[in-house]
Design a protein around this ligand. Structure first.
Ligand SMILES: Nc1ncnc2c1ncn2[C@@H]1O[C@H](COP(=O)(O)OP(=O)(O)OP(=O)(O)O)[C@@H](O)[C@H]1O
Length: 122
């Protein structure tokens, strides 16, 4: 098991493949481009209002969480498309739930960021 001919033979190959996955997703997925633009905007605003170092750490965790979930959502979308291009209720459920995970964490992240801005500016 797990010894198929495409297996990465060493850690360097795994890192290279993972990097290729990230780069390809950023090139092809509109939502990831929007996430990246939002992340840059949030970092610029955070620098301008001088949020604290610990707040910056939280912001990086939130940005990392949203982008990682978006990458996972992309992987699930592509796996579903690999399995079927026909309409199927389970394909719809899988895609909608994966997208829902991104949306849910994004909303929580936005609320936490508003709290950070409120505390910094008040
Ligand atoms: N095979 C399928 N069967 C049923 N519904 C599907 C199927 N493929 C996609 N859908 C529905 O169509 C929507 C759009 O699917 P698509 O593959 O275009 O995702 P997407 O637009 O790239 O998603 P996102 O908005 O997260 O980028 C999905 O959210 C899902 O509700």
């Amino acid at each position: 098991m797990n010894q198929h001919k495409y297996k990465n033979k060493h850690f360097g190959m795994s890192v290279r493949a993972a990097t290729q996955g990230i780069v390809k997703s950023f090139k092809t997925e509109r939502n990831l481009k929007i996430d990246l633009a939002m992340a840059i905007l949030v970092i610029i605003i955070s620098c301008l209002v001088h949020i604290s170092l610990s707040h910056f750490m939280i912001v990086f965790i939130l940005i990392g969480g949203v982008i990682s979930l978006e990458l996972m959502n992309t992987a699930i979308e592509q796996t579903v498309d690999l399995v079927t291009e026909e309409w199927h209720p389970l394909a719809k459920a899988a895609k909608d739930i994966a997208a829902g995970a991104v949306w849910f964490f994004s909303i929580i992240s936005a609320i936490i960021y508003m709290m950070i801005l409120y505390e910094t500016l008040s």
